[in-house]
Design a protein around this ligand. Sequence first.
Ligand code: PAF
Length: 280
Amino acid sequence: MIVVRTPHKLRGALARLRGAGRIALVPTMGCLHEGHTSLIRKARDLAGVVVVSIYVNPLQFGPDEDLNAYPRTFEADRTVCKALGVDVIFHPENLYASGLPNITLKTSELSNVLCGATRPGHFDGVVTVVNILFNIVQPDIALFGEKDWQQLAIIRRMVTDLHMSVEILGCKTVREPDGLATSSRNRYLSAEERKRAAALYVSIQEIAENTRKGKRDCKELLENARNSLKMKQIDPEYIEIRDASTLTETIRITDLPTRAFIAATIGRARLIDNVALEMT
Ligand code: PAF
């Protein structure tokens, strides 16, 4: 495994490796957890060359967000990548030539809702850096976790709209035994907050369960879930039911792919989660 710090060196390394098969990219901000390791394992299964990028992208953090506090654990991340048979870690110091870029990508409807409603510019920062990573690595496949479903939907849309020739693979959310989705931000939780945090998954699971039992009215499904959250003293930033790809609001469950989404801040941690809603 090699670690490279500049786009120039990465291009050189990949030129030498390109004959070894398809290239899979797992873009991360480091602080690797079980969610990331499942992406890396999948990449290893599917491709001849696995590249993991580790870069805390300043462009996707708002002025009051946790850019400086975001955990940086490079040595531990390097050990994880080595154990999983990663070929290249791309760990640049800065991806923007002169401070911050003049040219960025911009998303529209898909980023006005859910997390985008309270994190203006966040998804523009994500697609800008993912586009830069795609340009440097030129992967055949790129893997992203379904926990960040809105990010995944936006990246899929970017690839379609900009005619990019990379295959995007979404991978199942990895959960703790009580259902909490693994996330780098879980480490901000105190023991008491960690216990309460499981309520996020429980509430959207309850929506999924009620959907399976035949409930179709989204207002009612959401009202029940809000009541369960209230009992755990959790006031969500949002809890919503939306179309899985367009992210438009769903009023009644039909056979279209639909998901329940939640975000809530517990202590210092802003947590998100989502599940598929299936009728049977
Ligand atoms: O999901 C993440 O960790 C980040 O948003 C990503 C895709 C690595 C872009 O910085």
